[in-house]
Design a protein around this ligand. Structure first.
Ligand code: ADP
Ligand code: ADP
Ligand code: ZN
Length: 211
């Protein structure tokens, strides 16, 4: 099969999708396609459904037509990518199946209490999007990105109340997506509670065995 796999990384908010997608993008030389980053870069884009900002700040899903268009454009010819944060409901699953074929589908599993700790302590680079954590993954210099020197900030949806709402939306709307791939027999579940490097070892081995 192809050297540059089409990888889908599933998991609740805070599971480590962004962190591990960066590893996958490096290792397999594929683009990291993430609807969250694309939407944050276009928060005030006017669409017939309103702007993404209001949905994102409330922890709700942005309407499908907006997100589907972003994904179709970002996947391009669909020759190798790691997709993170999409699909999040069954309509998006159907749309994705129409535009590409997945080679590997992995789920990062993490308990609810650990997710809350990870999200409320997350810091992100305003320049390159790299993820850090005030306790679990500190940069060399506080507030400064190791990769690019950019400023690290807390996302405005990483507050405890919005985190709880995002987790509720995940259980209600995105868990059926996970079940869809499980029933299709393609889901590979990975223990996301290990250290970042141990998760990466497991994930890389899983991808290498599949492609
Ligand atoms: P997601 O993209 O799934 O929302 P992130 O990759 O942004 O998740 O990770 C959420 C937070 O948890 C970040 O602050 C990140 O530094 C931290 N993190 C990621 N992986 C681990 C891990 N294996 N153990 C502890 N903290 C982690
Ligand atoms: P996390 O993985 O930490 O939940 P993301 O960066 O993936 O965060 O998503 C942030 C926000 O962007 C979501 O709460 C939602 O409002 C919006 N979003 C991202 N991906 C999608 C999607 N596939 N469908 C609808 N909304 C999305
Ligand atoms: Zn950076």
């Amino acid at each position: 099969m192809s050297q540059q796999p089409n990888v889908l990384l599933l998991g609740p908010p805070g599971a480590g999708k962004g962190t591990q997608s960066a590893n996958i993008a490096d290792e397999y030389d594929v683009p990291h396609v993430t609807t969250g980053d694309a939407l944050r870069a276009n928060k005030d884009m006017q669409t017939e459904h309103g702007t993404p900002r209001s949905f994102m700040e409330a922890g709700e899903l942005v309407p499908d037509p907006v997100v589907n268009e972003i994904v179709a454009e970002a996947l391009g010819d669909g020759e190798g990518y790691v997709l993170d944060g999409y699909p999040r409901n069954e309509e998006q699953v159907a749309y994705l199946a129409d535009i590409t074929t997945l080679d590997v589908v992995c789920l990062l599993s993490v308990s609810e209490s650990e997710l809350v700790d990870r999200l409320t302590g997350r810091r992100v680079c305003t320049e390159c999007g790299a993820n850090y954590h005030v306790e679990f993954d500190q940069p060399d210099e506080e507030g400064v990105c190791d990769e690019c020197g950019g400023e690290l900030i807390q996302r405005d949806d990483d507050t405890e109340d919005t985190v709880r709402e995002r987790l509720r939306v995940y259980h209600e709307t995105t868990e059926p997506v996970v079940e869809h791939y499980r029933e299709a027999g393609v889901l590979q579940e990975i223990d996301g509670e290990q250290s970042p490097s141990a998760v990466w070892d497991t994930l890389r081995a899983t991808i290498d065995e599949t492609i």
